[in-house]
Write a protein that binds this ligand. Structure first.
Ligand code: PLP
Length: 360
């Protein structure tokens, strides 16, 4: 069997949720389980979290995976519903919905419902993606309040565009706009994502919405996850399954884009872009083998990649390697791939055996 594994550390996930509670002690947490829990497995993460955790998913399909598995937790549909029919299913399945455009309001108005619909009203404070203009808040609330089937406890929310940039004027402006627009209502409010939980305590309010920090990656470029006391929840592991000594001038892999300049010991690792390992990486990309960082050489193929083991005589067939996880943060590889940790975590294919483990 291929020795490539994704190991999910459930204790790390719970520890990271505790970190959220330490940082935002007065707020409730709405934990992001969207995109298959950032690639960690939605059901696996849901069952690892404390039973009273509130979950956020992107869409009804993701919520139904949780409901069908028997989870009775609060679930918020971050993009709301896409049709009146979905509205009924959302209510039948006791899902909260984010309401962010007028079409959704008219669907709600035209569909008197048997139960009480819990609404998170989204305002656009500068992200220019989802949400009503802040000046429309009164009007929208009046329309929602006129529907007896909408729960009175509407939660007001907005989303930051760049909270990961410390002291960003855009973020401070969004905070100011949101606080001003919502101050006259006695309704709960939610604004902070992971970066704001860390960078901007004033934005914590009633509900924080942690995503990436639950999975143990740093949302902030200049801070490591370790310095934020976050533990990686995903460890992508494999082994050196072949070693080859080649002469100077040898080309490695597809396109022969890498040429060995000196005698080189080339190690093979059975993971590739078919597993979600990024194909586009620069020369800084490495894997961790014991204490050593081994540079990736040649193109990443669908099922394998090659590393330079020259000068590491301790590396042998079967030596364990970490592609990312403990000792090699996913943020480091994301940088080499010109992307963000979120993308690498979400795109990892659970093609290898997934194992649970408690490392901490
Ligand atoms: C509305 C909303 N809130 C919170 C988050 C969590 O963001 P992060 O993973 O940066 O904490 C997201 C993620 O994209 C989101 O869309």
């Amino acid at each position: 069997m291929r020795p490539t594994r994704i190991v999910i550390d459930e204790q790390a996930i719970c520890h990271n949720l505790d970190r959220v509670a330490n940082l935002a002690p007065k707020s409730q947490a709405l934990v992001m389980l969207k995109a298959n829990a950032y690639g960690h497995g939605i059901l696996r993460v849901a069952q690892a979290l404390p039973t009273d955790t509130a979950f956020a998913v992107a869409c009804l399909e993701e919520a139904l995976i949780l409901r069908e598995a028997g989870f009775t937790n609060r679930i918020v549909l971050l993009s709301g519903v896409y049709s009146p029919a979905e509205l009924l299913v959302a209510l039948e399945n006791d899902c909260d919905m984010v309401v962010h455009h007028y079409t959704q309001i008219s669907w709600i108005e035209r569909s008197p419902l048997a139960g009480k619909l819990k609404v998170w009203l989204k305002l656009d404070t500068g992200m220019t993606r989802l949400g009503f203009e802040v000046g429309e808040c009164d009007k929208v609330l009046a329309r929602l309040n006129a529907c007896s089937w909408v729960d009175d406890d509407i939660i007001l929310m907005s989303h930051f565009a760049e909270a990961e940039i410390k002291d960003s004027p855009q973020t401070l402006l969004q905070l100011e706009i949101f606080l001003e627009a919502t101050k006259s209502y006695s309704l709960a409010r939610s604004l902070a994502n992971s970066a704001a939980i860390i960078n901007l305590p004033e934005s914590h309010l009633d509900w924080v919405r942690p995503g990436i920090m639950i999975y143990g990656a740093s949302p902030i470029e200049e801070r490591t996850a370790a310095s934020l006391e976050l533990y990686p929840a995903m460890h992508v592991e494999s082994q050196i399954t072949q070693l080859k000594d080649v002469a100077p001038g040898t080309h490695i892999g597809y396109g022969g884009v890498y040429t060995c300049m000196t005698p080189t010991r080339v190690g093979l690792i059975p993971i590739g872009y078919g597993d979600g390992y990024p194909r586009h990486i620069d020369e800084t990309a490495v894997v961790l083998c014991g204490e050593k960082l081994l540079p990736i050489i040649g193109r990443v193929s669908m099922d394998m990649l090659t590393v330079d083991c020259t000068g590491s005589p301790e590396v042998e067939l079967g030596s364990p390697v970490i592609l990312w996880g403990k000792g090699l943060p996913v943020e480091t590889l994301a940088k080499s791939a010109g992307t963000i940790s979120y993308e690498l975590l979400c795109q990892i294919q659970q093609r290898g055996l997934v194992r649970e483990a408690n490392t901490y």
